[in-house]
Every structure is written in structure tokens, then in C-alpha cells.
Design a binder for this molecule. Structure first.
Ligand SMILES: NC(=O)C1=CN([C@@H]2O[C@H](COP(=O)(O)OP(=O)(O)OC[C@H]3O[C@@H](n4cnc5c(N)ncnc54)[C@H](OP(=O)(O)O)[C@@H]3O)[C@@H](O)[C@H]2O)C=CC1
Ligand SMILES: O=CCCC(=O)O
Length: 291
């Protein structure tokens, strides 16, 4: 199957290379075109614009930073809308809000195209190893058509119904993720400042009821102040912001998520936005009591 791929950032690069390794033909585009080189080295072709990719491919996948980026590649000059038509499918795997997804869906379908949103849970390593969790919603027929690709990209795909449900599910998951990361960061600093060995804390956590792959995977690196980006903090803050807006729309009080969002905003203001979201740890370390 020939697949178009828009966006070869951390996720898109890993996912498009994974498709190539599993026998798919892939045509890639990235705003910064030079970033396509590594994917081309694995056998991809390059399209000069999103429109050119859509013209060439029956199905085009996108995974871009945020709502502005997702809208831009569809609506701007040389964008997806210029070539989408009857018989072609567009799958947006970016993490955006449901309003953005619905706006894109309406535009695609008004041109006769098919639209599926399919944000993913899981990060850089699951993207490299095909272990993502795919949260799809929208056009069921396009979902069925995309299952062979989803089976390469992920360990499990969910079809969640109407457009917007995938976006909402992803935001709920990442709201929890971001809140937990803040509590974990506070725990690491509290352990150290109160005279405990934080490595012992990691061992204790790993044996208990709140053991999880994130503590296990990121904890040791965080203790080394290594925040090499797998999931950039600026994207986690965007997700907290969008999840809080979803809370507003639905009258859900989320004081924990609101506090976590403030910590991520603080981290961004400290210039940590391009580091992993674990760098929120640095905001906890800022506060040192003077005796
Ligand atoms: N990293 C992770 O662990 C996960 C990320 N996600 C989500 O996936 C999406 C991508 O994440 P990730 O790969 O980490 O992000 P990156 O920051 O690594 O990549 C972002 C991509 O978006 C492109 N982009 C940004 N702005 C624009 C624009 N205005 N027009 C066109 N292209 C644009 C970038 O192009 P350029 O190279 O030119 O800047 C790049 O291709 C985000 O929505 C994120 O929340 C979901 C699950 C996990
Ligand atoms: O959206 C990003 C999710 C990152 C993760 O699941 O570790």
C-alpha cells in the first residue's frame, strides 16, 4: 500500500520508518524538508508540498505538533484540501482538540474525501517498535482500510465513534499523564530533600500498586537530570491546556490538572519546552527553603 506521511518530527520519523520497514511505500513531506533525509535513506519518496503527497497517495497520514500546524497543512496554500477528493483518505494522528478535528473533517468531507482522526498514546520508543495505542474516530470505512498500517504502527487500535471522540480520549489520557508526572517529580525531590535515597524510592514504587512504565522508564534518567526529549514538554503543556478547555466545556473541576498546567507553563518560561516533559522536575527543584 502507498501511504503519504506529513510531519517527520520525533513521532512521524519513527512511524514512517516503521511503515517502510514493514513493506509500505511511503511518500513524506515535512515543513523543514531536510528532516526527510533520514526517512528517504530508508526508502521513502519526498513530496514538495502536502498537496503533492495527497495527489500521489490514496491515504495520507499526518502527525504534527498542534492545532495550528494541523490546520495549516490542510487549509493553507499547497495544502491537503487542494488535492483531496472522492476516494482519498486523510488520517490526522496529531494530538489536537475535537473542534480542530471536526473543522478538518468537515473540510475534507465537503471535497468528497474521507477523514479519520487517530491520535496515539505511547511515545518515541513505542513509535519505533510499533507499540502505539491508536485512538481512532470518524470514517469507519477509512479506519478499516487503515488497519494494516495501524497494525504496523500500534499494538492496539480503538475505533471510538464520531469525529472528536479520539481527540477527547487522547486529551483525557494526557491530562492524567501530565498530572502524574508532576506528582512523581514532587516525590523525587521530596525524597531527596528529606534525606532519602531517591533510587530507593524508584525501587519501592516499582514493587507497589502504582508501579508503571513511566516511573520505570523515566525515573533513572530524571535522577541524572537527563531530559532528552521523547515527548517534548511544550506538547504536554499544549495537551494540558486543551484538556482544561475540555473540562471547562463539560463543567468538570480539575484543580490537579490546572496546577500541573501551571508547572508546565513555568517550565516553558524557563526555556525547557523542547526537552522531555520530565523536565517539569526542574520547576520543583527551584523552590529551596532557606533556614
Ligand atoms: N513525542 C511523543 O511522545 C508524542 C507526541 N504526540 C503528539 O504527536 C504530535 C507530534 O509530536 P512530535 O513528533 O513529538 O513533535 P515534534 O515537535 O518532534 O514534531 C512536530 C512536527 O510538526 C511540524 N510542524 C510544526 N508546526 C508546523 C506548521 N505550522 N506547519 C507544518 N508543520 C508543522 C514540524 O515540522 P518542522 O520539522 O518543520 O518543525 C514537525 O514535523 C503532537 O501533536 C504531539 O502532541 C503523541 C504521542 C506521543
Ligand atoms: O502524547 C504523548 C504521550 C507520551 C506517553 O504516552 O509517554
Amino acid at each position: 500500500m502507498e501511504v503519504g506521511f506529513l510531519g517527520v518530527g520525533i513521532m512521524g520519523k519513527a512511524m514512517s520508518i516503521n511503515l517502510l520497514k514493514n513493506g509500505f511505500k511511503v511518500t513524506v513531506w515535512n515543513r523543514t524538508l531536510s528532516k526527510c533525509d533520514e526517512v528517504v535513506a530508508h526508502g521513502a519518496s519526498v513530496g514538495a508540498t502536502p498537496a503533492e503527497v495527497v495527489k500521489k497517495c490514496k491515504i495520507t497520514i499526518a502527525i504534527l505538533s498542534d492545532p495550528d500546524a494541523a490546520l495549516s497543512v490542510v487549509f493553507d496554500k499547497d495544502g491537503v484540501l487542494e488535492q483531496i477528493c472522492n476516494g482519498k483518505g486523510y488520517i490526522d494522528m496529531s494530538t489536537v482538540d475535537s473542534q480542530t478535528s471536526c473543522k478538518i473533517s468537515e473540510a475534507i468531507t465537503s471535497k468528497g474525501g474521507h477523514f479519520l482522526e487517530a491520535p496515539v498514546s505511547g511515545s518515541k520508543q513505542p513509535a519505533e517498535t510499533g507499540q502505539l495505542i491508536i485512538l481512532a474516530a470518524g470514517d469507519k470505512a477509512l479506519y478499516e482500510e487503515a488497519v494494516p498500517a495501524f497494525n504496523v504502527l500500534g499494538k492496539k487500535s480503538f475505533f471510538l465513534g464520531q469525529t472528536g471522540n479520539g481527540a477527547k480520549m487522547k486529551l483525557v489520557v494526557n491530562m492524567i499523564l501530565g498530572s502524574v508526572m508532576n506528582a512523581f517529580s514532587e516525590g523525587l525531590v521530596l525524597a531527596e530533600r528529606s534525606g532519602l535515597n531517591p533510587h530507593d524510592l524508584l525501587d519501592v514504587l516499582d514493587l507497589g500498586g502504582i508501579a508503571n512504565p513511566m516511573f520505570r522508564g523515566k525515573g533513572p534518567a530524571m535522577l541524572r537530570d537527563d531530559h532528552s526529549p521523547a515527548f517534548p514538554l511544550k506538547h504536554q503543556q499544549k495537551d494540558m491546556r486543551l484538556a482544561l478547555a475540555l473540562g471547562d466545556e463539560n463543567g468538570v473541576s480539575m484543580p490537579v490538572a490546572a496546577a500541573a498546567n501551571e508547572a508546565f507553563k513555568k517550565a516553558r518560561s524557563m526555556g525547557l519546552g523542547d526537552l522531555d516533559f520530565s523536565a517539569v522536575l526542574e520547576t520543583v527543584k527551584l523552590h529551596k527553603q532557606s533556614s
